[in-house]
Design a protein around this ligand. Structure first.
Ligand SMILES: [Zn+2]
Length: 344
């Protein structure tokens, strides 16, 4: 990991010096690209905001609205899922070099963040997780390895939250879940992210502060009025299990009780023991519902359906594909509709 980071920094430095020495060449080359909206770079009076992933991209689009002279673009997105192990492309770095602000989810989601801070010391970074963490008590990160452990309750009581996080991080190499950073999956927390972006932009671009404030207030109102969980009250206090840490927040948004977490993604190898512990927990705790992501969870999902009474419902996490200004609301409501279908 260390070595990779070193190589990355080296590549970064090389590309920066290349950009510096052949600036004109690169300027022409990148601006011929079709996706160069963010790097329209040349316009000096343009305020350029980059975002790291779809949830904060959508939030920022709503805060900015159609403000003249402000552009919002998303960095290129991984095609396989969450950002956790994503590294920036050359085009991303070029775009960042002409950006005024980078809005990130934070909480360890963007593994490349330290390198960005180092390479672009002038860039203003709005870290939405940090903002939320300072204001809301977030659920503790579960360590699934110890979940079936008979002493787990004493342990979690005795263990500092930070130790807990470290255990999770060490456990699967290269996968950084120091925190459960998927906060956007709970619209109330997402509203705080919107607020974080609004406050950060008001400071970084004071000329447009009134517009940002107005837009964010309006969008937060939309979120609290139009995220529809009305058919799901029966899940309050119910035991559920999740196959991706993101759904801990989905469960939290419904006041359901998460009793088992198995964080599946493209590089996760699950042991037979872990699978049987998970199945056991579902049976023991009378779990009726399991939230999963289809791409990584469907094999495990099938097994759960075969071996337990629980139903598995497949949800979206907003990390796949490209999204527009209204897509947070539609995606969350689609998720809740899918859950409601299974619950009834
Ligand atoms: Zn994830």
């Amino acid at each position: 990991m260390k070595k990779n980071k070193y190589i990355f920094v080296l590549l970064l430095l090389i590309s920066i010096s290349v950009v510096c020495t052949c600036g004109t060449f690169f300027y022409v080359k990148f601006n011929n690209g079709s996706n160069a909206s963010a790097a329209s770079g040349g316009k000096e009076d343009e305020f350029v905001i980059m975002t790291s992933c779809n949830p904060v991209y959508i939030a920022t689009l709503n805060v900015v609205g159609d403000t003249d002279g402000v552009t919002v673009s998303n960095l290129s997105q991984p095609t396989t899922g969450c950002l956790h192990d994503y590294t920036l492309t050359t085009e991303d770095m070029k775009n960042l070099s002409s950006a005024d602000v980078l809005v990130v989810n934070g909480g360890g989601m963007e593994g490349y963040l330290d390198d960005v801070v180092e390479a672009y010391p002038e860039l203003t970074i709005i870290d939405t997780f940090e903002y939320v963490e300072d204001r809301v008590e977030l659920p503790e990160v579960e360590d699934h390895e110890h979940e079936a452990d008979e002493h787990s309750q004493e342990k979690s009581a005795a263990q500092e939250p930070n130790d807990f996080h470290r255990t999770v991080e060490d456990e699967h190499e290269g996968h950084h879940h120091e925190e459960n950073s998927h906060i956007w999956m709970d619209s109330e927390l997402f509203a705080y992210q919107v607020q974080a972006i609004s406050e950060g932009l008001c400071e970084a671009d004071a000329d447009h502060a009134d517009i940002y404030k107005e837009n964010s207030t309006e969008y937060i109102g939309v979120l609290s009025n139009y995220v529809d969980k009305s058919d799901l009250e029966s899940l309050q206090g119910a035991n559920v299990a999740v196959l991706h840490a993101a759904f801990v927040y989905t469960a939290g948004s419904l006041d359901a009780n998460v009793v088992a977490v198995m964080d599946l993604d493209e590089e996760r190898q699950v042991s037979a023991g872990e699978v049987s512990d998970f199945i056991e927990t579902i049976k023991e705790k009378d779990v009726k519902l399991v939230f999963a992501e289809y791409d990584y969870g469907n094999a495990m999902g099938k097994l759960i359906m075969e071996q337990t009474d629980a139903k598995v419902v497949y949800l979206e996490t907003l990390v796949h594909g490209s999204y527009g200004v209204d897509d947070y609301l539609t995606t969350m409501n689609e998720n809740y509709a899918r859950i409601a279908n299974v619950v009834e």
